[in-house]
Ligand binder design. Structure first.
Ligand code: GTP
Ligand code: SPV
Ligand code: MN
Length: 602
């Protein structure tokens, strides 16, 4: 049965089937009945484990292969006709060669399997922001995750009409062979191919592949932006609302900031924070001369470890129904889930993320190999579950941005918060970002690397052109958002986090929003505007950096200090990055900012 007369859709589905040769083709209509059937089938085959339905209704656990636990940046390709267009940071493959290689790998790979056709929308169907994709896949896990993360259904086909265009996504798990794993993007053909993986970011093609890599390319050509950003709304005691978007690299705090619960005395005054999105923002110029943002996703694919009742109660609440957990531990006493940092009750009888019995006695926090849950274990939860989901979540026009915030994981040098001088300088600050690597991608963890705008792994074209696009966007808006940089991750000499973080980040957000309204002064320093310590509210703060070491005003002063020598070294680093890594197409405006930083730190 066919659900559309759109020839391009039918051709894509037919060609995919001719190549992969599935026994059956099933169109996903988005209905609960069909999804329920698929869940049952996945439980039967062992792909999903049904959790305690009283405690965690409609929740399931999935374990990936041990070789398939994170994004694979070194196997992710941008396939443009000219190598130069993919730029110096992306891995590039010639499109013809890439299609041939993928065909070779995928030929006949769905024999004996079913191919599911998923029509989905990134963004609210029918809004100007929305874009439609079709993903074909042989994985029920992918279908069920896409049904949470995106808007899936036949209305997407209706929206396409007879000849509408869409983003093609072909996914085949094949043998989950890490040596033959390829995540390929063809921005010039609106096409994505993913083979030999079954892990989130590699296979939920609406997410990083489409909503960032392909969309960033489209956005550059069409005059909008696709960014690795959370979006949150702050309501002030007088009822006024302001929106902030923030770009932090993977596993650097977007989900946590997006859902933060302000400290008690803020709540008592009437402050409220609501979540519009936790990972991706599509941003357009509004008729009013401001930038407007939507979250194109429909769910959260969040990091499990570290999520608990204190750090992020809203995320935890979001996972209590209709959620798929990936690579967390299973508590076999009550068929619930557990991960490091959930609570102090280490389960006595548990199966770890690899499927083996877990021994709590041998657990050593510092040795990742003794962990019950994988450090990049995740939950896929519907956005509507989130207690603080914004009423604007389904808005077709999005929300107007007052501030854009960049941030990374930096043990030293970068202060808790500072403000850029203007839009172009803000673009410089974003382009100069570095952050320590995390478990969200394969490879070493904790290595400092450049990650401009948190988009290093996600920009579908030349990084220099991407910087230029940011500069150009600033010229299009009369009232651009103010641009800031934050760092929640400053450490003391023993490696403890100095700043309390999480809900207490509200204290920094308040300063940021006051700056947007010019309600507070700042120190004009070599790197930008830095707060006076007195202007960050640390009242009613009860945080111990280490046992017996209470956070005090001197600690705040310390993480607001600008160390000129360190920043002189940082300027050299940035210059090296521009010259040796990005190499070309760096906008003159950014070179000017770099020269100013060098001069200011002499
Ligand atoms: P992706 O989903 O990979 O894009 O990650 P993310 O940016 O949404 O990061 P997330 O909010 O899931 O946080 C990742 C890790 O950082 C978790 O282990 C958190 O506990 C930790 N984290 C988040 N915010 C803070 C903070 O303010 N301070 C400290 N110390 N840790 C934080
Ligand atoms: C990230 O790594 O930034 C994520 C998870 O949000 S993934 O979908 O795997 O990219
Ligand atoms: Mn992310």
């Amino acid at each position: 049965m066919s659900y559309t007369e759109n020839k391009k859709v039918l051709d894509f589905v037919n060609q995919s089937a001719e190549l992969a040769q599935p026994d059956n083709i099933v169109w996903i209509d988005g209905s609960e009945a069909q999804l329920a059937e698929l869940r049952q089938e996945a439980v039967k085959s062992g792909e999903l484990i049904k959790l305690n339905q009283e405690l965690l209704p409609d929740c399931y656990l999935h374990r990936t292969k041990v070789n398939d636990v994170a994004r694979v940046e070194d196997r992710t390709f941008i396939c443009t006709k000219n190598k130069e267009d993919a730029g110096p940071i992306n891995y590039w493959m010639d499109p013809k060669q890439a299609y041939e290689l993928a065909s070779e790998i995928a030929r006949g790979t769905m024999k004996g399997r079913t191919m599911y056709v998923i029509p989905y929308s990134m963004g609210v169907v029918g809004s100007d922001f929305a874009k439609i994709g079709i993903e074909v896949t042989d994985s029920i896990y992918v279908v069920l995750n896409m049904a949470i993360m995106t808007r899936v259904g036949l209305n997407c086909l209706e929206a396409l009409g007879k000849d509408g265009d869409f983003i093609k996504g072909f996914h085949a798990k094949c043998d989950v062979d890490a040596e033959k794993r390829y995540i390929m993007h063809f921005p010039e053909d609106n096409t994505i191919i993913s083979v030999n993986s079954a892990y989130g970011g590699n296979v939920l093609l609406g997410k990083k592949c489409f909503a960032l890599r392909i969309a960033s390319y489209l956005g550059r050509n069409e005059g909008w932006m696709a960014e690795h950003m959370l979006i949150l709304g702050v309501t002030f005691p007088n009822g006024e609302k302001k929106y902030v978007a923030a770009a932090f690299p993977s596993a650097c705090g977007k989900t946590n900031l997006a859902m933060l619960i302000p400290p008690k005395h803020y709540l008592e005054k009437g402050y409220k924070v609501e979540c519009v999105g936790d990972d991706i923002a599509w941003i357009r110029v509004g008729e009013d001369g401001r930038l407007w943002a939507v979250n194109p996703e429909n769910g959260f694919f969040g990091v499990a470890p570290g999520t608990n009742e204190h750090s992020n109660p809203n995320a935890l609440a979001s996972t209590q129904k209709g959620t798929i957990f990936t690579n967390v531990a299973l508590n076999t006493d009550d068929m619930t889930v557990w991960w490091e940092g959930l609570n102090k009750n280490l389960p006595e009888h548990a199966i770890d993320w690899t499927g083996k019995p877990w021994n709590p006695v041998k657990f050593d926090k510092k040795d990742k190999s003794t962990c019950a849950a994988h450090p990049n274990s995740r939950f896929t939860a519907p956005a509507q579950n989130c207690p603080c989901i914004s009423p604007e979540f389904n808005s077709k026009q999005g929300v107007p941005l007052s501030a854009i915030v960049f941030g990374g994981r930096r043990a030293s040098t970068t202060p808790l918060v500072y403000q850029s001088k203007d839009w172009n300088h803000g673009v410089f600050v974003g382009s100069a970002m570095s952050s320590e690597t995390t478990a969200a991608a394969t490879g070493a963890v904790g290595v400092l690397r450049h990650d401009p705008m948190a988009m290093k792994p996600f920009t579908g074209y030349h990084m220099g052109d991407y910087f230029q696009h940011w500069i150009n966007m600033g010229k299009k808006v009369a009232n651009p958002p103010k641009i800031f940089n934050v760092n929640w991750f400053r450490q003391d000499e023993d490696g403890n986090f100095i700043w309390p973080g999480f809900g207490d980040n509200m204290r920094v957000l308040e300063w940021i929003l006051k700056r947007c309204d010019e309600k507070v002064d700042a120190q004009d320093t070599a790197i930008g505007f830095v707060p006076y310590a007195k202007d960050i509210d640390i009242s009613e703060l009860d945080y111990e950096i280490a046992p017996g070491k209470k956070f005090g005003v001197e600690d705040l002063e310390h993480i607001l200090e600008i160390d000129k020598d360190k920043w002189a070294a940082e300027a050299v680093e940035i210059e090296n990055y521009y010259t040796n890594t990005v190499k070309s197409r760096i906008p003159a405006e950014l070179i000017d900012c770099l020269e100013a930083l060098k001069k200011n730190t002499k």
